[in-house]
Design a protein around this ligand. Structure first.
Ligand code: FO1
Length: 317
């Protein structure tokens, strides 16, 4: 069994590769819900949907999020009424949010609704939210100190503003969703997908119980760097690492995740950083990490598993 800590698009592409090299039923994805929001009265879980749409073959391949072949008639109608339209919800995608909102209002828990959606779309991999409880990523802006919600920062302000603090509201009181700790404890290997270490993996690690369990098993935990040659493959990972006092490099990722991950897979372009990464106590493996195709993603998944399988366990087995 393999468990994967997952954010959005990068994680979904990695998972799509992974299920080509191992039985999809042997994989559990533990997905960030810190990006979740309520908009137009609807409960929206972007990373859960990105992962499930991708594994179901329903995702929009050009954006990596939302559904393929979308129309935006409902969005146009909302915009005409003066409702906020910066967060683009396609008509088909809206069906997902209507379903989730209705089921949650009827008393279902987020992990149950997520499983129902995945089953309906024919996803064989187990997709779990990190928690059923609300945890919300909030960013304090460097200029003025205003605190904004994740999607306000990421989409509305196009992650173009400096941040001085990130917090995960609700995390302390949250519990891991049913199945999460069992999956992480039983997994032969836990992969930290190439997602933003601060705002995608950070919220998962902030759910009580998850980071201590991974720290205990760090020999079995392998992360894939989302930073290549000092740049984020997608999104604000590079600048957030720097703004919060770290470095925008694979070495910065190694330092950020060293408490939970014993191994880091870095891109071929970062091979020269291997000695410094090993110096911070993280074993370094090198592979092609730019997932331009499903075949490259599958090859990356294979290399990631090999990196941790090659590592002796504490007992020397
Ligand atoms: N990302 C955008 O850049 N613009 C959008 O309008 C947008 C809408 C959206 C709707 C549903 C959904 O599931 C995802 C959506 N995303 C959008 C992506 C989302 O903001 C990010 O991928 C994640 O939250 C970060 O992982």
């Amino acid at each position: 069994m393999i468990a994967v800590l997952a954010g959005g698009v990068g994680a979904a592409r990695f998972l799509d590769g992974l299920v080509r090299v191992v039985d999809p039923r042997e994989v559990t994805a533990v997905v960030n819900t810190g990006d979740d929001l309520v908009l137009h009265g609807l409960s929206i879980s972007p990373d859960l949907d990105t992962v499930s749409y991708t594994l179901a073959g329903l995702v929009n391949p050009s954006t990596g999020w939302g559904r393929d072949g979308e129309s935006f008639a409902a969005m146009d109608a909302l915009e005409q009424l003066g409702a906020p339209a910066w967060f683009r919800l396609g008509d088909r995608d809206l069906g997902t949010h209507l379903y989730r909102t209705g089921r949650l209002a009827a008393g279902a828990r987020l992990h149950e609704v997520t499983a129902e959606l995945a089953r309906a779309w024919g996803v064989q991999t187990r997709v779990l939210p990190m928690s059923d409880d609300p945890v919300r990523t909030r960013l304090e802006l460097a200029d003025g100190g205003e605190e904004v919600e994740f999607q306000e920062y990421f989409v509305h302000r196009r992650h173009g503003v400096a941040v001085r603090r990130v917090r995960f509201a609700g995390a302390e009181a949250s519990r891991p969703a049913p199945g999460v700790l069992d999956a992480l404890a039983a997994a032969d290997c836990v992969v930290v997908a190439p997602s933003n270490p601060v705002v995608s993996i950070g919220p998962i690690l902030a759910v009580p119980g998850i980071a201590p369990l991974l720290a205990q098993r760090r020999d079995r935990v392998v992360a894939v760097s989302p930073i290549v040659a000092g740049q984020a493959v997608k999104g604000p990972a590079a600048r957030l690492l720097v703004e919060l006092g770290g470095q925008s490099s694979a070495l910065g990722v190694a330092r950020h995740l060293a408490h939970v991950a014993g191994t880091l897979v870095v891109d071929l372009a970062d091979a020269a950083l291997a000695p410094e990464i090993e110096q911070v106590g993280v074993r370094c493996a090198i592979a092609a990490t730019m997932m331009h195709t499903s075949e490259i993603a599958a090859e990356l998944a294979r290399a990631t598993l090999a990196a941790v399988q090659a590592r002796p366990t504490a007992g020397g087995a």
